[in-house]
Design a protein around this ligand. Structure first.
Ligand code: HEC
Length: 158
């Protein structure tokens, strides 16, 4: 009985949380109805800043590189976090899903979770290492849902 109550509560919370994320529903609606290149923001549109990626680098080295590799190319322990294999896997999905993995399951050895801001900074560093260009606005945890991963920019990587 008690467990059931908890489960219902969890479901309600999840629903409220999802509908409270700005842009989440909008981005999905767009994904279904419009041609991707025309309206969606992707990781090729300058969605992080150089300073942010620079903040993310030491966090990545300390907390993630032992499994995912210094080059973010993956190791026998963990998958790549940048490059074609990574973008192909997440293609057409929102960056908020990648962020969710980081927030809830990483680092896998549970050596202490990073804060949402720190994870956004690590994500900025991952994008930089994946050759995505920097821009003038930082990647904020609450704006990730509107950024859709695309395997390559229209016209190829510059
Ligand atoms: C102890 C090893 C370990 C550490 C440390 C670690 N990871 Fe992972 N990570 C894994 C493994 C194994 C997987 C694949 C299984 C899974 O998704 O749970 C994974 C999966 C992921 C994924 C999903 C990748 C995909 O394409 O499915 C992301 C994103 C990620 N890790 C980010 C991070 C970040 C960021 C850090 C540092 C804050 C980190 N990880 C630290 C082992 C680790």
């Amino acid at each position: 009985m008690r467990m059931k109550r908890v489960a219902v509560l969890a479901a309600v919370c999840a629903t409220v949380w999802v509908s409270a994320v700005p842009g989440a529903a909008g981005a999905q609606a767009v994904a279904r109805t419009a041609s991707p290149a025309a309206v969606q923001t992707s990781q090729w549109d300058g969605v992080y800043t150089e300073e942010q990626a620079a903040r993310g680098e030491p966090l990545y080295r300390e907390n993630c590189s032992m499994c995912h590799g210094l080059a973010l190319a993956g190791t026998v322990l963990a998958p790549a976090l940048a490059g074609p294999v990574f973008t192909a896997k997440w293609n057409r999905r929102s960056l908020s899903l990648v962020f969710d993995v980081m927030q809830t399951r990483m680092p896998l050895n549970l050596s202490g979770h990073l804060s949402p801001q720190q994870n956004a900074d690590v994500l900025a560093y991952m994008l930089k290492r994946g050759e995505s260009p920097a821009g003038s606005r930082e990647l904020a945890p609450e704006s990730l849902a509107a950024v859709i991963v695309r395997s390559a920019p229209a016209g190829g990587v510059k």
